[in-house]
Design a protein around this ligand. Sequence first.
Ligand SMILES: [Mg+2]
Length: 203
Amino acid sequence: MPRAPASDPIALIDLDGTLADYDAALRRDLRPLCAPGELATLDGADSLHDLEQVGPHWHARMQVVMRQPGWWRELAPITANFEVVALFRELGFDLHVLTKGPWSKARAWMEKVEWCQRHIPDAEVHITGAREGKGLVYGKVLFDDYPPYVESWLKWRPRGLAILPAHPWNADFQHPNAVRWDGSAAVRAELVRRLTALRASAR
Ligand SMILES: [Mg+2]
C-alpha cells in the first residue's frame, strides 16, 4: 500500500561510505587485480578518490569491480552508522536515502534500491544523477561522509545539521553546523541534543 506523504522533518541519508561499506568492498576486490608492488599503493591511499589520481589504470579496475552483477546489492552495512538512523527514527524524523547513481551503471541504481529494501525498508529512496551535488535536496539533516556534498548542502541550509561518519577523508572537516560521528557516547549525546532542537523547531 502506498505510504502517506510524511509531515515529519526530513533526514537525508547517504549510502556509500555512510550506510554501505563501499570503500572496504572496493579495496577487497581491487587486491586480486594488483601486481605485488601495487598493494602498498592501495593500502597507503586514505581515499579511493586519491587512488584514481595515481593513474587511469586504477580507475579502470574500479569500473571492472563495480560492474560485477550483485556488487552494489551485497555491500556490507556499516553497523555503527545505523545507530544514527535509529536516533532519527526515535526522534521522529522521516528517513530519506539520498545517493548518487553512477551514470554508466544502470544496474547499480536497481541494486541500490534492493539494498535499501533489505537494510532500511522504512526509508524513501532518492537516486540522483552524476551532475548535481546534494545541495538541491531539501532536508533538516544530512548524514553523509563526503565533505564536498556536505559543503554544497550546508551552503544553502544555514540552519541545517550535517553529520559525517568518521573516515580518514573527512578527518579535517569542520563546520559549526556539522558533527563528526565517531560512535562515542559524547558525540551521541551531542547528536541527541542537536536533533531534538531541530525536531522542536520543525513543529
Ligand atoms: Mg558517501
